[in-house]
Design a protein around this ligand. Structure first.
Ligand code: NI
Length: 135
């Protein structure tokens, strides 16, 4: 485990009241744990924005499988990004629509490229992603 470092933080009292409410509602054990989680989210977001560093997460897409070559196109794309895709799960939502969750890990730049490539496909109707870090 990484060495833990203590640091003091001064914040306006009303801000701390709101923070403590949020911690209680979330069921987070204490302020230290809450701050660690927020910093991790911040770092992951920074990596994502600057397209640098290793990130982990899931990309969720919905698409219409009737669109010409939808399945073939998505399979080819996922093979092209095979080095950052860990696995994927396919769910048939209804007669026309499919949902796929693609679990990814790797350089933020490459994962962003995959997200953009998915967004540009004609069959794809929605793309969302959730990225995190393990620091
Ligand atoms: Ni399906």
């Amino acid at each position: 485990m990484e060495k833990l470092v203590r640091f003091g933080v001064a914040v306006p009292e009303n801000l701390l009241v709101e923070f403590d409410k949020w911690i209680k509602n979330k069921g987070i054990p204490n302020r230290s744990e809450a701050i660690r989680q927020l910093i991790r989210e911040f770092v992951a977001e920074e990596h994502w924005d600057r397209e640098t560093g290793t990130v982990y997460g899931a990309i969720t897409i919905t698409y219409d499988h009737h669109v010409h070559d939808a399945m073939g196109g998505l399979t080819t794309l996922q093979h092209d990004f095979g080095n950052i895709i860990n696995c994927s799960t396919h769910v048939h939502i209804d007669h026309d629509h499919c949902l796929e969750v693609i679990v990814v890990s790797g350089n933020a730049k490459n994962i962003k490229r995959l997200v953009d490539s998915l967004s540009s496909m004609r069959c794809v109707e929605t793309v969302s992603h959730r990225i995190t870090t393990i620091l």
